[in-house]
Design a binder for this molecule. Structure first.
Ligand code: DHB
Ligand code: MG
Length: 225
């Protein structure tokens, strides 16, 4: 009986393939001692396709790590597009910048070092973002969702990573702060009239997890009935 890992391998080999630049990105990340918590290749391509489907030109990423997903976004927005990615750890940001240079997309990406809560207010007043990917400290999910709505516009796509966490998200009594962050993020997406959202469970080489996908709605207008 094939396992989920077998399925992941088949789907990844068939639909994503291999890419020496992305391989080098993950190697540089690993050599620098960063944790291997980047999105799985199938999920990265999902984000890339979603960016293209949305016709997004401006992408905001919260949580850069080594820049693996950042490269996928940068490739999706094209030459005239822009990715702003926020990373709390200066060392991670350095690794990411090297990876973005190697990938030939550094000129369309701005890596901002700082905690999201400190950096995000500085982005106010710019052009709205078309897509926001939240993949940072899970405890701050609600803060990041609030900023994603403020820095977006009706129609902006929001993706929130790691909302299932091995199923623990269904445990209302969890003592794990990251799981509590995932739960609060989902609850906010369900309750806040600025969002219309769903979530998908994923089972891949990173294990059992999931993503929430939302659209920013004009909360002054009525939604679909
Ligand atoms: C963790 C964070 C992530 O963004 C992820 O995709 C997997 C795990 C973590 O902090 O445990
Ligand atoms: Mg993640």
């Amino acid at each position: 009986m094939p396992t989920p890992d077998d399925v992941d391998a088949f789907l990844t080999d068939t639909l994503v393939g291999s890419d020496p630049i992305l391989d080098a990105t993950l190697r540089a990340q690993s050599d620098a001692g960063l944790p291997a918590i980047e999105v799985a290749p199938l999920n990265a391509k999902f984000l890339h396709l979603l960016t293209r489907i949305a016709g997004a030109r401006r992408v905001l990423e919260i949580g850069t790590l080594g820049g693996y997903s950042t490269i996928w976004f940068a490739r999706a927005v094209g030459d005239a597009g822009r990715v702003v990615t926020i990373e709390a750890e200066a060392r991670n940001a350095e690794i990411a910048r090297g990876n973005l240079e190697r990938a030939g997309v550094a000129q369309r990406v701005e890596v901002v070092v700082g905690r999201g809560a400190d950096v995000l207010p500085s982005l106010e007043g710019g052009e709205p973002f078309d897509l926001v990917f939240i993949d940072a400290d899970k405890e701050s999910n609600t803060v990041y969702l609030d900023w994603a709505a403020r820095l977006g516009r009706p129609g902006t796509v929001i993706v929130l990573d790691n909302v299932v966490r091995g199923g623990e998200v269904a445990d209302a009594g969890t003592g794990d702060s990251k799981v509590r962050g995932a739960r609060r993020g989902i609850e906010m997406l369900g309750a806040d009239p600025r969002f219309d959202a769903t979530a998908l469970q994923t089972l891949d080489r990173k294990g059992w997890d999931g993503v929430a996908v939302a659209i920013v709605v004009d909360s002054a207008a009525s939604g679909p009935t």
